[in-house]
Write a new protein. Structure first.
Ligand SMILES: *[C@@H]1O[C@H](CO)[C@@H](O)[C@H](O)[C@H]1NC(C)=O
Ligand SMILES: *[C@@H]1O[C@H](CO)[C@@H](O)[C@H](O)[C@H]1NC(C)=O
Ligand SMILES: *[C@@H]1O[C@H](CO)[C@@H](O)[C@H](O)[C@H]1NC(C)=O
Length: 482
């Protein structure tokens, strides 16, 4: 099936990549939109026409029919993608007309009450609430979910990235209500040792992402050492343990398939090298991420992998490693890094949510663009994803716009699918809007937009664009467009 904006990742709960929504399919730009996607997109953007308003102002679909569960999930996801989830619109998920199973409410702007009324009566198996607005806390979400007996026992996967834990102080810990939970992602949250201890005692927990939390000590993980298969702890900036102490805990996590101890180059810790030197540690590991860590060498990585022939991935971006023949990333062993295009593409795929890594990867991609002679839609698409995920991050937008220019210049643009170029155009215009006074960025974007292919073949609202640019006094593009 072709997908309009993103495919819902068939979620393998132990998948190492957490983000459930906003994952772009791989080749669909060149094919027509599916009928389902056309319908969902139309419904989403004209929702009010299909709805009546309840007394409290929330929307209610007029059609009496019942939506198949997959379609309801996709509708919710499409609304999230367009930033259309609010107290009014989520009203359509109340009652029994929709049945949700895998719910994505990313970046919704909703209250705790609206959340409870719209979502907590569904038989949810997954919920991704990344970046929901600050009025609703993690405690609200969990107590809402915990009010439903079925969800308590059957919710398997919960994503609570970039939220606030609670506004109460002290607050009541609540994770233990969700006894069915197998995978939890709680990154960029002020989440402490006591919270980790509570989560680690969940009886089914197999996969945990605690990146960029306030944890100072990971010893509590020993409580789930016989269950834990995937542990992601990127940039644990407050950790106050020695390398030996950390390794003593990690050594006990015998069933780990995936371990991520990457960092954004801030610390000088030797944890990565020390881990790689251990002979008897983590026998079941198939995936290890040490990107951004110091003292990593090709020799140590090779020795580690040679002892574990079933390794499938190693993360080496922003380290000094990844340059040996063994680590090209071409075969069975995937490598994220900066040594060649394959490694960079892997990095952009895996780290699309991590601004620092996106920037690093784009920076290295740019230096490769002068040798690219073929059109590379799959690479441009990865650039687009990074750009879309970090709209307010200037270094990302700068690096991305430079890559866009060199990936689409002259003949290279001819082979790019129009739909992909339309995404690019939209994001370039957004970047110009967000950073009106940054000359280099404006220049990169204008140069990219001034391409015959974009100006002639890509549908976008030229009048609105000219008007906006006039206000920003951008004569160059105006001339281009007129
Ligand atoms: C880390 O988390 C804090 C909130 O605890 C957030 O303000 C910050 O932006 C996060 N850092 C990154 C790189 O996402
Ligand atoms: C990656 O590098 C290896 C050698 O270092 C090379 O054989 C391979 O072709 C490169 N792959 C790409 C896509 O450049
Ligand atoms: C990007 O494209 C410009 C213009 O064609 C070219 O001068 C420059 O060398 C390219 N940069 C790289 C790194 O390839």
């Amino acid at each position: 099936m072709h997908v309009l904006f993103f495919t819902f990742l068939e979620t393998n709960l132990l998948a190492f990549v957490f983000p459930l929504c906003f994952i772009l399919g791989s080749k669909e730009e060149a094919s027509p939109y599916s009928l389902l996607d056309i319908c969902l997109n139309f419904l989403t953007t004209h929702l009010e026409k299909f709805c009546s308003a309840r007394q409290d102002g929330t929307l209610c679909l007029q059609e009496p029919g019942v939506f198949p569960q997959e379609v309801a999930d996709r509708l919710l996801q499409t609304m999230a993608f367009h930033g259309l989830l609010n107290d009014g619109t989520v009203g359509i998920f109340r009652g029994n007309q929709m049945r949700l199973k895998r719910a994505c409410i990313r970046k919704a702007k909703i209250s705790a009450v609206a959340f409870r009324k719209a979502f907590c009566h569904h038989k949810l198996v997954e919920l991704d609430a990344t970046g929901v607005n600050a009025d609703i806390t993690i405690t609200d979400i969990i107590s809402g979910l915990g009010s439903n007996k079925w969800i308590q026992q059957n919710l398997q996967c919960l994503v609570l990235n970039s939220l606030t834990l609670s506004l109460e102080d002290p607050y009541e810990r609540c994770f233990n209500q969700l006894s069915g939970l197998r995978a939890l992602s709680i990154t960029n949250v002020l989440f402490y040792n006591e919270d980790l201890a509570e989560v680690a005692s969940l009886p089914r927990l197999e996969s945990l992402d605690i990146s960029n939390t306030s944890i100072t000590d990971i010893t509590a993980l020993l409580a789930c050492k016989d269950r834990l298969k995937s542990l992601t702890m990127h940039h644990l900036k407050c950790l106050k343990m020695t390398t030996t102490q950390i390794l003593d805990v990690v050594r006990e996590l015998k069933y780990l398939n995936h371990l991520d101890i990457s960092d954004d180059k801030q610390f000088t810790s030797d944890i990565a090298l020390r881990l790689l030197e251990q002979k008897d540690i983590l026998p079941n590991l198939v995936s290890l991420d040490v990107s951004g860590r110091k003292h990593v060498t090709d020799k140590a990585v090779e020795a580690f992998i040679q002892q574990r022939p079933s390794m499938q991935f190693v993360g080496l971006l922003a380290t000094d490693a990844g340059y040996s023949e063994f680590l090209t990333g071409e075969g069975h062993l995937k490598v994220s890094g900066e040594a060649n295009e394959t490694q960079i593409a892997e990095a952009l795929k895996r780290y699309s949510e991590r601004a620092f890594f996106v920037r690093e990867a784009l920076f290295h991609l740019f230096s490769l663009t002068h040798v690219m002679e073929k059109t590379k839609p799959e690479i441009l698409k990865l650039v687009v994803t990074g750009m879309r995920n970090h709209p307010m991050n200037l270094p990302v937008q700068l690096a991305a716009s430079a890559c866009v220019f060199n990936l689409t210049k002259q003949d290279l643009a001819v082979g790019m699918p129009v739909r992909l170029l339309a995404d690019v155009t939209h994001l370039l215009l957004k970047a110009m809007e967000h950073f009106p006074n940054h000359q280099q960025l404006q220049k990169n974007c204008l140069l990219s937009l001034c391409s015959d292919r974009i100006l002639q073949d890509v549908p976008f609202n030229r009048q609105v664009t000219v008007l906006k640019l006039k206000m920003g006094q951008n004569r160059v593009l105006e001339i281009c467009l007129e």
